[in-house]
Every structure is written in structure tokens, then in C-alpha cells.
Design a protein around this ligand. Structure first.
Ligand code: PTJ
Length: 327
């Protein structure tokens, strides 16, 4: 939730038409305003907003954090193109997929923070896929190919960063695609489904009201759809928290992609890939294509011989030595 003080609004303003379901009257003075974050990202242009508050777009905006946020959306657009010779172009281009995704109502505002955390780890990894990550990716693909009912879960960050890659991987391993969100709203679910369909998905689950099908889990991530409920192997990406543990309590194997080897998800998953999702997914699709015809016995040799805890220790020590290298 966004919370802010509406300080300089002189008259009533009904914000419900802008921000969806949550209807609040805002009076002058220091009244708290609560707006669902997921709906705020669908917010109107600055002109629409300011005229509704009886101001011109050029006039002084209220001291209102949400307005600052909307102003910054216009700045985002203006600064999206990075010169070809910029030394950090690749990294900035990836960032802009997220800021663009925020603007389109796909990425949750907190997704930008999550990405920043990932970037820090990636920087220490040297922004490339180390050998232990490649090993984990190959083992994960073997596990997914051997699964009876694999599912690939997609959140806002993944949908914005690499929609084509996630669709290609799901198709290469024969997995269902399911939207699973921490900051869940019907609008975000539908927009993410649309992005995946545009990237070539035939069917996307996880859209529409569902009961909480992951027992014990209290966040919105508990609203799993049929493929996750029935899955034997679940691929989760960029989602630290407790869902992995609860899925494992349901008897599933969980594959996690997470640049932080110390995260709760990375530590609890059956198989953890410490790599940037934008590099991991295309590489995994390549492995899947080369292993597609392997029988279950041969696949089992690959994932059965993989030691997740030992691999995580290598990933962690690489990041620690990355800290020394960068000094
Ligand atoms: O779209 P929603 O509503 O489901 O919300 C998604 C976010 C990302 C906001 C939510 O899942 C979240 O808050 O995630 P966390 O708890 O910050 O965890 C994200 C994890 O992913 C962190 O451990 C990051 O280091 C890691 N990470 C971030 N970017 C990448 C990444 N791992 C791999 N590749 C990345 N590009």
C-alpha cells in the first residue's frame, strides 16, 4: 500500500475513479490516504490528476508522495534510451525493462527494489553465468523434463524482464505457465497473462479469483491455480519468502532462480540456480532442447548426481571472493 499525507488539497476529491476499488474522500489537512499499489500503477496522467484537484498541470503539485511518483513516471519515459557506447548499457537496458514494466502495470513498485538487490549480487558474480550456476541449470532442466506435471511460475519482474524466454523454456520442458503474485491484483494478473500470450504462450494459468490452495501460507502467493496444486516440480523465480517451504511441504520439488544464495528461497529449494534470470532461462532452454529425447533414467543421473547444498556453498564463496576482487 502507498500511504501519504494529502496536505494541500482544499476541497473534497474523490480518488476512486482513478484508483479503482478503494474509495476514500480526501479533505484538506493531514488526512491519510491509502491506495492499493497494484492499482496505483494504472494511475492517470499528471494532467488528469491535477485537473481533478483543481490545478493546472503546470501549477505546484500537492506535497503528496503519490503525485511525486506519477511525475517520476513521465521522467522514466524521457530517460529510457541509453547511448550505445555507455559502459553500463546492458545493465541499464535490463533496468529499463523493469521501469517500463512498472509503467505498464506489470511490475510491482517493490519489484524495482528486488531487482536492485539482485543487481548487487550479480555485480559480485561478474555479471556472467559461473560454472556452478550452469551446472545447476542443467540439473534443473533434467528435473523439469523428468517431471510428470511441471509448472513455471511467473511474477511481475519475470514477465517484464524476459517474457519470451520464460515462454520458450516452459514449452521446451513441457510445463504449464502460471502467474503467481505477491502483490496480487486482477489487473496485474491479466496484464501479465497478456504479455506472456503475446510472447507465444498458448495458455496461462493463475488469472481470476481462487481460494488459498497452498495450506498455511498467509500471503497472496497462497492462491495457486490447478497446475501448481497438481505439480510435482515447480519453478519459482525472484520470489524470496516462505512459499517454497510450503510447496515442499505439499510434497513438491522446487527449483529456484535467485541471485542471492542466502535468501530463504535459495536455501530451502530442492535445487537453486544462483544466476540472473535473463541469462539462466535461455541457457536452460538450450539444455532442454538437447536433452529432450533423454529417458527418465538418464535424466535422473543428471539431477540425482547434483548436490544442491555444495553448489550453494560454491556460489556463496564466489560472491564473497567477488567482494574482495572488487576492492
Ligand atoms: O510481482 P510480484 O507481485 O509477485 O512481486 C515480486 C517481487 C519481486 C517484488 C517479490 O517477489 C519480492 O519482493 O521479491 P524479494 O523478496 O525481493 O526477492 C527477490 C529475490 O530475487 C532476491 O533475493 C533478489 O536477489 C533476486 N533477484 C532480483 N533480481 C533478480 C534476482 N534473481 C535472479 N535474477 C534477477 N534478475
Amino acid at each position: 500500500m502507498f500511504e501519504g499525507h494529502a496536505q494541500s488539497l482544499s476541497s473534497f476529491a474523490n480518488v476512486s475513479s482513478f484508483f479503482g476499488k478503494e474509495r476514500r474522500k480526501v479533505e484538506g489537512g493531514q488526512q491519510r490516504l491509502r491506495v492499493p499499489a497494484a492499482d496505483a500503477v494504472q494511475s492517470p496522467s499528471l494532467e488528469v490528476l491535477t485537473s481533478a484537484f483543481g490545478m493546472s498541470a503546470g501549477g505546484a503539485p500537492p506535497l503528496w508522495p503519490l503525485t511525486d511518483y506519477i511525475i517520476s513516471r513521465t521522467d522514466i519515459k524521457a530517460h529510457m534510451s541509453v547511448p550505445a557506447n555507455h559502459p553500463r548499457k546492458a545493465s541499464l537496458d535490463v533496468r529499463h525493462r523493469l521501469t517500463g514494466g512498472l509503467e505498464e502495470g506489470i511490475v510491482a513498485p517493490a519489484g524495482l527494489i528486488a531487482h536492485g538487490r539482485g543487481e548487487a549480487f550479480d555485480y559480485l558474480l561478474g555479471e556472467r553465468t559461473p560454472v556452478e550456476a550452469a551446472r545447476a541449470e542443467r540439473a534443473a532442466v533434467a528435473l523439469l523434463l523428468a517431471a510428470r506435471k511441471p509448472v513455471v511460475c511467473v511474477n511481475g519482474n519475470v514477465a517484464a524482464l524476459c517474457p519470451g524466454d520464460v515462454v520458450a523454456l516452459a514449452s521446451a520442458v513441457g510445463a504449464e505457465l502460471e502467474v503467481n503474485l505477491f502483490y496480487r491484483s486482477g489487473g496485474r494478473e491479466r496484464r501479465i497473462r497478456r504479455v506472456l500470450m503475446e510472447a507465444g504462450a498458448k495458455r496461462v494459468w493463475g488469472v481470476g479469483p481462487r481460494s488459498r490452495t497452498v495450506p498455511g501460507l498467509s500471503s497472496e502467493r497462497a492462491r495457486a491455480d490447478k497446475p501448481t496444486v497438481e505439480a510435482d516440480v515447480v519453478l519459482v523465480m525472484l520470489e524470496d519468502g516462505d512459499r517454497t517451504e510450503y510447496l515442499m511441504r505439499m510434497g513438491k520439488k522446487v527449483v529456484a532462480v535467485d541471485l542471492n544464495p542466502l535468501s530463504r528461497t535459495a536455501r530451502k529449494a530442492s535445487l537453486t540456480i544462483v544466476d540472473n534470470v535473463v541469462r539462466a532461462l535461455p541457457r536452460m532452454t538450450g539444455y532442454a532442447r538437447s536433452m529432450r529425447k533423454w529417458n527418465r533414467g538418464r535424466l535422473a543421473l543428471v539431477y540425482g548426481g547434483f548436490d544442491n547444498k555444495a553448489n550453494l556453498r560454491v556460489a556463496e564463496s564466489r560472491i564473497r571472493s567477488g567482494l574482495k576482487r572488487r576492492r
